[in-house]
Write a protein that binds this ligand. Sequence first.
Ligand code: 0WD
Ligand code: CA
Length: 439
Amino acid sequence: MDQRHQSHHRPQHPNSNHHDNHQSTFKRDMDDSGRGHFQHKRFRPGQNHHPAGPSTPPSSPPTQSLSIQRQLYERDFPLYKQPVEVGHFSLDSERRFFNDSRQLRYYVEPEKSCPNFDLRDGYRGRFVKRDDRVKEKLDHILRWILANRSKLQSKDTAASSSPCALGVDIVTWRGHLTKLLTTPYETREGWLLAVTRMGGTLYISEVETEAARRDRENRTERHEEMMYWGYKFEQYTCADDAQSLPDPGGVVNTNEAFCTVVQTRLAEHRLLFSGEVDCRDKDPKAPSPPANYIEMKTSLEISTPKQRSNFHRFKLLKWWAQSFLPGVPRIVAGFRDHDGVVVSVETYHISKISQLIKNETNCWKPTVCMNFCCEFLSFVKSVVTEDNPRVVHLFSWDPHRDVTYSIHRDSQYSFLPDWYIREMTSSTSRETHHHPPQT
Ligand code: 0WD
Ligand code: CA
């Protein structure tokens, strides 16, 4: 299997015990309803058993690669707990971090079903674009963690041996998990995910692939402009507060962001991740976050059956994965023509998307996405055992290949900043130190 790997991604251990032992365990009955719902408490009988594969006993060497073959992941939908918002933060027009919701916006429904929003407006004169050559890695999430440690350390972990135990297994961006969910169906873009274990928690941070860097550096003027259209649509439909109206005459600044931080569990993996949220329902009686959040999207209008099928098979997969993960229930989509004029607006309920795609041939299955992600996280846990902020395991995937990894010590891939390592490893945990025992 090794010929396929580029040398710098070759697994470090010579003996690869692949996934052959996987096959038989995956013959169980499938549940493809996709169950747009979350499970609240325990595994159902027969579900809490993790199949053979990456979760090897501690004594044996870890598996060297992970297969992405879809049929391996066609089984019961894994437990995915209803995500809970544990916090949020904002990034201002200069990309400065604030531990609050100052950038949260409010959705204002367009007056007409055919609103004729011109998404090209303002591209030349009223657009401030974030510098996407700057790689922020997990820095904003880490800032949020340091500012909110008390909200994280649950009773059992606060008393545990390690002073920096966060009480979660995985810390990452929602966008990285979206990539994992869609991997079994991805045929074009590979990924690189850097993983470091510190204080028992695995931090997962994306590394830009060579191909992605080339694409970014060689975007056409047309592509650059089209990337603006999504943000412009948000400006037409989002207001700064619940009482006011959107301001299409203002500046679009893509440095600004509001991010939710959610906690949830995928099978045995306790996850903490953050994702950017476009806006919320402005009704004060709307449910509490993340159930009041709305994701805004734009897409080319659908005129042919082929286009509809492609929309279902490819775009809805990405939309579903992205919003399902943090428990955002609704997507508002603006369908535009080739000139960037929005000709219709439609709402998609995440819980109904699996129904919508059911009659599509060769379509994606939510259960495959979730089981693959779960299995990948188990794979990572079994591989990344050294608890050391200077060590990075770089997991690498290219379409039609297995997931493999390489190990890097004090390299360009190290991504946990010194200020975070220092704070997390200082002898006394601040929060436990500052809170006197309750009497
Ligand atoms: O350093 C990196 N490799 C990345 C950093 C990759 C992806 C995101 N980020 C950071 C940024 O700080 C951003 O504020 O993540 C934040 C958003 O995280 P996410 O929610 O986990 O990312 P994702 O779900 O991929 O994207 C959500 C939205 C996008 O909306 P659409 O509707 O196009 O999916 O975040 C925006 C974009 O508006 N976005 C980004 N903003 C800044 N930097 C980036 C990015 N690299 N990618 C998407
Ligand atoms: Ca969006």
